[in-house]
Design a protein around this ligand. Structure first.
Ligand code: NAD
Length: 356
């Protein structure tokens, strides 16, 4: 098969880590007989420098015409003082909107080789965890009606959480579909004891669950979920939740892995064209020094193969090569302990390539 992939390398370490991930993609392509054609498009600070805007129309069109998008990271101190509409981050929101990406998938997995970086108690770490947070990305309180008004106690502000049945159904389906590629268990997080929008969320998730009799489904209140994530994270497989709850819980779940430089993410919409990116930023402090950890971006490519192209064996092979490299003691500076040999970005990439 031939796949067209748009590369949005962005700023800081973006170009280094995307180039590493493309090397892995090409090696997998050769091994399994696929052709991955890549074209780079500017976005973020580099696009502001080149064209005066963070997301040129040609980048949007190029991404829309591709089978999928691989993004590095955008932003950096050089562009921090620009007005809001000209900030590099506008490129991310603009791309999500242009591609209709309403689902955010964020896996959080504890690597046995990096157990010592996990901030949880040893008996919890011993059980390990490997979960997938599915967050609704384009609805809820971040996009609801908001404003300022005169209230009972003087000036007040308000934001509104609103979800339609359609929005809940489609994110629930994304979660159940993801669960079918994992351990077939979905926990839906809401605040149905208080919020009407959560009661509709719960009813709708249950209705969709009936279409997936092979996947187990249960509910959990968000306050309990925040506690269970640090108490017993091994109970979670797929977690589905709203935009705001997902924003908070996905940061909590990445933090408990202890290694943010290893975590990929995917944003998906109604088509198979998704956007795949590491969860970390552009790391301007180490940009251009060949020090960045490429693993989060390499694992983002594995997610692309699994979720956009349905290439399970190829995705498994990349993830196993990363596991094997970590188990063999390969470490970039961000995950190294005292006494470890520290690899550069290109050396870590080579170690992973050698294991494919
Ligand atoms: P950051 O994630 O870029 O960096 C935080 C720390 O982690 C730094 O010390 C950095 O060196 C380190 N780090 C991050 N990724 C690493 C990697 N792959 N390998 C080794 N070390 C790594 O977060 P920040 O410093 O808050 O933000 C820097 C810039 O990135 C800002 O302009 C911010 O707006 C932007 N940002 C972009 C995205 C994105 O494009 N999706 C996300 C977050 C932040």
């Amino acid at each position: 098969m031939r796949y067209q992939i748009a590369l949005v390398k962005g700023d800081g370490i973006g170009p280094e880590i995307v180039d590493s991930a493309v090397e892995v993609l090409e090696k997998i392509g050769k091994k399994y007989g696929h052709e991955f054609c890549t074209v780079a498009y500017p976005a973020g600070g580099c696009a502001i420098d080149a064209t005066g805007e963070p997301l040129p129309a040609s980048t949007i069109e190029g991404c829309q015409a591709s089978d999928s998008v691989l993004l590095g990271a955008v932003g950096g101190p050089k562009w921090d003082s620009l007005p809001g509409h000209l900030r590099p981050e506008k490129a991310l929101l603009g791309l999500r909107k242009a591609l209709g990406l309403y689902t955010n998938l964020r896996p959080a997995k504890l690597y046995p080789a990096l157990k010592s970086a996990c901030p949880l108690r040893p008996d919890i770490v011993e059980k390990g965890f490997d979960l997938m947070m599915v967050r609704e990305l384009t609805g809820g309180i971040y996009f609801g009606e908001r404003g300022r008004r005169e209230g009972k106690y003087g000036p007040e502000a308000y934001d509104t959480e609103a979800y339609s049945v359609m929005e809940i159904e489609r994110i629930a389906r994304a979660a159940f579909d993801a669960a079918r590629k994992r351990r077939r268990n979905v926990i839906s997080i809401d605040k149905a004891n208080v919020l009407e929008s959560s009661r509709l969320w719960r009813e709708t998730v249950h209705r969709v669950a009936a279409e997936y009799p092979d996947v187990q489904c249960s509910d959990m209140l968000v306050d309990n979920a925040a506690m269970q994530l640090v108490r017993n994270p091994s109970q979670f497989d797929v977690v589905v939740t709203s935009n705001m709850f997902g924003d908070i819980l996905s940061d909590e779940s990445s933090q408990i892995t202890g290694s943010i430089g290893l975590l990929p993410s995917a944003s998906l919409g109604a088509t198979t064209c998704g956007m795949y990116e590491p969860i970390h930023g552009s790391a301007p402090d180490i940009a251009g020094q060949n020090k960045a950890n490429p693993i989060a971006t390499i694992l983002s490519v594995a997610m692309m193969l699994r979720y956009s192209f349905d290439l399970q064996a190829e995705a498994d092979e990349i993830e196993k090569a990363v596991d094997d490299a970590l188990n063999a003691g390969c470490r970039t500076a961000d995950i190294a302990k005292e006494g470890d040999t520290v690899l550069t970005c290109s050396e870590m990439t080579r170690e992973i390539l050698n294991r494919i």
